[in-house]
Write a protein that binds this ligand. Structure first.
Ligand code: FNR
Length: 365
């Protein structure tokens, strides 16, 4: 039988109730040092109550300088795990699979939240010096970036260790899926792309060297993540910079099987973010799905499609037509926390989802 949006998905013995995932989305809502607040519990808890199969946290920094803004979530101490535990617990209790995106923002760290302009913050404004494969700051159009330091081998080792420690803490907090964030121009993507990686050591230069860090981190996270729980990796399939040497869809197709070999169960296929010159011709419905399909051809790993998925029939068709294994929904989940429950109604799959008992009188059950 053909799988559809409400077909359960089993990965390594972890049972996911359907194919809808809440895409990781920064909330810029920590009040103190990367610690989760009631906002995170309510926000992610609502989407679990809304029927999604997987509810993923925002980019959660594995070290303080890996935060995009001072208000991002972190997982660099046991206090962070303690603050996230009730979030993971509530998501599980609501029947969704709790997932965490482990992240480091690299040279795109140290910025204000979007409602304050996403402007770079200097150290004397509450920001910090950023780190990257090369000592080249992000080229903001109008603003002076904070200084960017080139990572030496000790820094690289420390970041690998920080991803591992973050994964261990996330597991203690109750998360069941760990996603390594290697997309959107943040640290791991900066190592992958020749636009930002100008090293000539074993972490830069040719394809093998540029991909080394993400392969090492994926393998290291896999090693501490239990055998019955999934590891995902989010990639930018293309830099959208065809006029220069850059990361391309074919590079991603070459990387995907190596990620699978390193222990990734699913590649979450996004795009862009490395440089302000990028030109995305059309960021409309399903705009990144062809890249997910290309990755799916290249690897045995499962594939997630994200970007411009807003309609139940559209999400269902992605699964039915075998274009992706997961429909990852971002902004539509900000508009409608109950996207999955509403999708089930529209697709005639009501019997396969459960409205919270507290709400049933509103839906004729
Ligand atoms: C995002 N996105 C994002 N991506 C990611 O990998 N980690 C993150 O923390 C964030 N944060 C974030 C915040 C907000 C407010 C938005 C709108 C987006 C990107 C997001 O996960 C998704 O890939 C894109 O929004 C495209 O999907 P939609 O929104 O078209 O479904």
């Amino acid at each position: 039988m053909t799988d559809d949006l409400f077909a359960p998905l089993s990965i390594r013995g972890t049972e996911i109730r359907n194919r809808v995932m809440v895409s990781p989305m920064c909330q810029y809502s920590c009040e103190r040092d990367g610690l989760a607040t009631d906002w995170h519990e309510t926000h992610l808890g609502s989407r679990a109550t809304g029927g999604a199969g997987i509810v993923m946290t925002e980019a959660t920094a594995v070290e303080p300088r890996g935060r995009i803004s001072p208000n991002d979530l972190g997982i660099w101490s046991d206090d962070h795990a303690d603050a996230l535990a009730p979030v993971a617990d509530f998501v599980s209790e609501r029947g969704a699979t709790p997932a965490i995106q482990l992240a480091h923002a690299g040279r795109k760290a140290s910025k204000t939240p979007p409602w304050d302009g996403s402007e770079p913050l200097q150290p004397d404004e509450g920001g910090w010096e950023t780190v990257a494969p090369s000592a080249e700051p992000y080229p903001y159009a109008d603003d002076e970036p904070p200084r960017t330091a080139r990572m030496d081998e000790d820094d690289i080792e420390a970041v690998v260790d920080a991803f591992v420690a973050g994964a261990e803490r996330a597991l203690d907090a109750g998360f069941e899926i760990a996603e390594v964030h290697a997309a959107h121009g943040y640290l791991l993507h900066e190592f992958l792309s020749p636009v930002t990686n100008h090293r000539d050591d074993e972490y830069g230069g040719d394809f093998e060297s540029r991909t080394r860090l993400v392969r090492e981190i994926t393998a290291a996270v896999r090693e501490v993540w239990p055998g019955d729980k999934p590891v995902f990796v989010r990639v930018s399939a293309t830099d959208w910079l065809p006029d220069r040497e850059s990361w391309t869809v074919e590079d991603t197709a070459e990387l995907a099987p190596l990620l699978a070999e390193a222990g990734a169960d699913l590649v979450d296929v996004s795009s862009g973010g490395i440089h302000p010159d990028q030109r995305v011709p059309d960021a409309g419905a399903n705009y990144q799905v062809p890249y997910a399909e290309r990755v799916g051809e290249a690897t045995e790993a499962l594939v997630g499609a994200v970007g411009g998925i807003t309609e139940p029939k559209q999400a269902d068709a992605l699964i039915r037509n075998d274009r992706a294994d997961l429909a990852i929904v971002g902004r539509e989940h900000l508009r409608d926390p109950y996207f999955a429950l509403h999708a089930a109604e529209e697709l005639g799959a009501d019997e396969r989802v459960e409205w919270p008992i507290q709400y049933r009188r509103a839906v004729g059950k």
